[in-house]
Design a protein around this ligand. Structure first.
Ligand code: BTN
Length: 251
């Protein structure tokens, strides 16, 4: 086992620079490293976001990846993204102390006043019995710096929100401590055990949304998420459509 022991049973490796912390964590996962390894980089030269997008990664923000080996079936593992988002949302909410209210946006964003402050990228591999061999939860949090409008959506960072003293390392330690009980609850009982809490922090409920799955788009009113973490949208026909994956935009 490698890494410096941390609270919550995690072990930490810190590097100044890497291509992507998800790449490093994947390498350790494939080499058989036990669950609980956390990699943090000061900057990334090829940070990745979802849908093949790049994730700008200069010094000053948090770039971290967690190697986990959940007991959940592989079909349920995407809901881990919602759990990680919920914990990020609660962590940031506590730090802001009521000055602003973060929200989780399905499937992997944390927003403050509609601007993205954090994102999650899950990558994993199944075992031969439909279980999960390993999953890497990559987490990017805008701490000291936010990308401008060039990324195509509104962004913010903790410094802009009044938390100029926060560092990536300090944020990570607080986040991991909070993540541990949520992860164990999810690992034993699945997303259903956290669904009500997630919905309580969700952005866009009852608002018009557009969901994109591949080249198809569906518009409707956001109802919520079901017990598996799939998005529920009421379309104009009155039907509730369910989306296990995709991208959602609030309109
Ligand atoms: C997204 O919102 O599209 C997901 C962003 C995930 C970014 C993090 S930064 C640490 C880890 N390494 C990566 O290359 N990506 C994730």
């Amino acid at each position: 086992m490698i890494g410096k022991p941390l609270a919550g049973g995690f072990r930490l490796i810190e590097v100044d620079e890497t291509t992507s912390t998800n790449d490093l964590a994947r390498g350790y996962a494939e080499a058989g490293e036990p669950a609980g390894l956390v990699i943090r980089a000061g900057r990334q030269t090829a940070g990745r976001g979802r849908q093949g997008r790049s994730w700008l990664s200069p010094e000053g923000n948090l770039y971290t990846s967690l190697l986990l080996r959940p007991r959940r079936p592989m079909t349920e593992v995407s809901s881990l993204s919602l759990v990680v988002g919920l914990v990020l949302c609660e962590t940031i909410g506590d730090m802001l102390g009521g000055r602003a209210w973060p929200a989780v946006k399905w499937p992997n964003d944390v927003l403050v006043d509609g601007a993205k402050v954090a994102g999650i990228l899950l990558e994993g591999s199944p075992d031969r019995r439909g279980g999960c061999e390993w999953v890497v939860a990559g987490v990017g949090v805008n701490i000291g710096w936010a990308p401008g409008a060039s990324v195509g959506y509104a962004t913010t960072c903790l410094a802009t929100l009044g938390l100029a003293e926060m560092t990536p390392a300090a944020f990570l330690a607080i986040f991991l401590e909070r993540l541990q009980p949520h992860f164990h609850l999810w690992d034993r009982q699945g997303f259903a055990a956290l669904r009500a809490t997630w919905l309580g922090q969700a952005a866009g409920i009852d608002r018009q949304v557009v969901v994109k799955v591949g080249s198809a788009t569906v518009s409707g009113t956001l109802v919520g998420v079901d017990e598996t973490g799939a998005l529920q949208v009421a379309t104009s026909t009155g039907r509730i459509e369910r989306f296990a994956a995709g991208e959602m935009a609030l309109s």
